[in-house]
Design a protein around this ligand. Sequence first.
Ligand code: GDP
Ligand code: MN
Length: 386
Amino acid sequence: MKIHEYQAKELFANYGVPVPKGKPVFSVDEAVEAAKELGDFPVVVKAQIHAGGRGKGGGVKLAQNIEEVKTIAGEILGMQLVTHQTGPEGQKVQKLLVEQGLDIAKELYFSIIVDRATAKIVIMCSEAGGMDIEEVAASTPEKIIKVPVDPLLGVQGYHCRQAAYRLNLPPAAIKPFIKMVQGLYKMFMDKDCSLLEINPLVLTGDDGIIALDAKINFDDNALYRHKDIQEYRDLDEEEPLEVEASKFNLNYIKMEGNVGNMVNGAGLAMATMDIIKQAGAEPANFLDVGGGANAEQVENGFRIILSDKNVKGILINIFGGILRCDVLASGVVEAAKKVGLNVPVVVRMEGTNVDEGRRILAESGLNLTGAKDLKDAAAKVAQIVQ
Ligand code: GDP
Ligand code: MN
């Protein structure tokens, strides 16, 4: 799960990590009020969306007086903000963060990630922070400092010092930096984060260190034990079809292609997506209806796939174990009748009660194509969408 910058900064503050003074607002009037409360200029007005690259997209602006706060807040609120992370359609801005402007001497990059390959927590940082960090990582990877931390030992003083010295921090900033890293590491573990990023981490003119931006992702599988984090969820920022799917306990991820697919089991779903690509087509989604799915879930899955306008054909790939093939077939027929099946469907099905399942599909009168195996199914659906 992702959260907003203002929420991440709230968490930072709870862990003793310095953040600029500021507050979230939902209207131009509130923005003006918040700026007055800050009492000093410049003030920064920042779009709050679950995507980075806001600065380059015109979603972060400095205001030198109240009039400018009003104008800028008016421009950014409600705009369709397009960044390299939103896709071309952009994301509608519904909240702003109004913050004290800082005297920036240097922009650093700081993050904590889980490195699955080494089974370590990695602290990553760079002197070359700011809006072009992706470019830095691609063209001068030696400028990215990586300090691996064994999660069983936890973060130690030497980890922090190593990062601080390699960042060439001024002596006065070293102690606060170390305290900050310890606070962030603790938060990362306490809250089951999967990613934490501060870009830029700012050195101020008087050698202070402040998190000017804040991004945190959480491990969804651990959310059940963090009621406080669950409250940060903002459904406006999530893909509507994924929100809909989560209501029915379906594991659905929307993708860019045009072959919708419905599969029972995550591994089988991954394999299905691979074979769709091998057949020369692109999957429109990942959808795992679960090993023990019932007819209702199948129906909802089908409805969700069909409400993606990109979908030109559907591949249903089911191995009937706990979910019997006849139950699946009835679910498909019910759903197709209810939602109005308007695209061709290829079905590959094996396992328990497969003959009964095939009979139900064959007698349904729907636009369904059978397949003899997975390869055949992928080839057929690829041909349909071409
Ligand atoms: P992002 O583009 O979505 O990552 O948003 P950021 O919060 O990182 O802001 C983008 C850029 O705006 C930063 O890299 C800074 O250069 C600039 N910026 C943000 N806040 C301030 C501020 O208080 N003072 C100044 N001078 N620049 C700021
Ligand atoms: Mn940033």
